[in-house]
Design a protein around this ligand. Structure first.
Ligand code: C2E
Ligand code: MG
Ligand code: MG
Ligand code: MG
Length: 287
């Protein structure tokens, strides 16, 4: 009886696993189709300085799948990393963003001054061809490397550190800025920070969320700000949703912010409108 129960349990488990595997396969093949059929889009979320002026944007990938609706990057990026599809997805994002940056340069005005951050996954970052691909795309699109920032997470550092250093140096020598995303949530040792050529730390939204109520989160945010300042890196607070959080961060000395309090990530055209309006009339700014 117990044996039978055990067997049923295993069967049930097998069935669950099978379902999971086939769901993942389906998602992967849908994502392949998405790449071919232009179902991917890049949205942009504004990054502001202490005066509330737009200084940059983060490019965030969106997948509108006819059968599934909006699929979150938190869902499909990890899968794309595992399957290797991230290489094509990442290339598509870079090309799309750089074309956009080039069009903003041509247009002039406030959009042409923004620094646009692109998330680059560990696997993409470690491709031997990564730097030359970026170089080729800059040339192809006519975008300026000064308008580009590459965001990596601590997981990208957990490889051969010599190689990481070399890639970072190459990118920076091209004039591209480097940002360390989700700082404090990964496994990187502080020793990396002094060795690597970085420009910016992003304080993970996990530390910002409860910054008003949780003294530990406040202490961590403050420590990251102090660390960034001591190492002459800039720091951005992610996930700022309320005026209270913003004020707290300002008092801590933070000068760069991103989050729903200012704007959600927007489709490119809406983002363009937001930026041109924000610079045209300070008072009409949405935040
Ligand atoms: P991330 O790079 O840390 O991006 C920030 C995430 O926080 C975004 O989620 C953004 O929409 C969300 N966010 C911004 N402000 C707020 C806020 O005030 N409150 C809250 N709760 N969330 C906020 P999203 O767009 O769903 O992206 C999730 C993750 O997927 C990103 O985290 C990034 O790791 C990854 N991702 C997105 N686009 C790309 C891409 O093009 N390439 C790669 N490799 N990864 C990407
Ligand atoms: Mg990011
Ligand atoms: Mg982040
Ligand atoms: Mg994240």
């Amino acid at each position: 009886r117990a044996k039978e129960d055990g067997r049923n349990c295993i069967r049930f488990y097998d069935c669950m696993m099978q379902k999971k595997v086939s769901e993942r396969l389906a998602l992967e093949s849908d994502l392949r189709v998405a790449l071919r059929k232009n179902q991917l889009a890049v949205h942009y979320q504004v990054l502001v300085n202490e005066k509330g002026e737009p200084v940059g944007a983060e490019a965030l990938l969106r997948w509108h799948c006819p059968g599934r609706g909006m699929v979150s990057p938190a869902e499909f990026i990890p899968l794309a990393e595992e399957t290797g599809l991230i290489e094509s997805v990442g290339y598509w994002v870079l090309e799309d963003v750089l074309s956009r940056i080039a069009s903003w340069k041509e247009r002039g005005g406030p959009l042409s001054k923004l620094q646009v951050s692109v998330n680059v996954s560990a696997r993409q970052f470690h491709l031997p061809s990564f730097c030359s691909t970026v170089m080729a795309l800059l040339r192809k699109t006519g975008a300026s490397p000064r308008n580009l920032k590459v965001e990596i997470t601590e997981s990208a550092l957990a490889y051969d550190l010599e190689l990481v250093e070399e890639t970072l140096r190459t990118l920076r020598s091209m004039g591209i800025r480097i940002s360390l995303d989700d700082f404090g949530t990964g496994y990187s040792s502080l020793g990396y920070l002094k060795r690597l050529s970085l420009d910016e730390l992003k304080i993970d939204q996990g530390f910002v969320r409860d910054i008003l109520d949780d003294p530990n989160d406040a202490a961590i945010a403050e420590t990251i700000l102090a660390l960034a300042s001591a190492l002459k890196l800039s720091a951005v607070a992610e996930g700022v949703e309320t005026k209270g959080q913003l004020e707290r961060l300002v008092r801590m000395g933070c000068t760069r912010f991103q989050g729903y309090h200012f704007s959600r990530p927007l489709p490119a055209l809406e983002f363009e409108r937001l930026i041109e309006q924000a610079s045209g009339d300070r008072k009409r700014r949405a935040w």
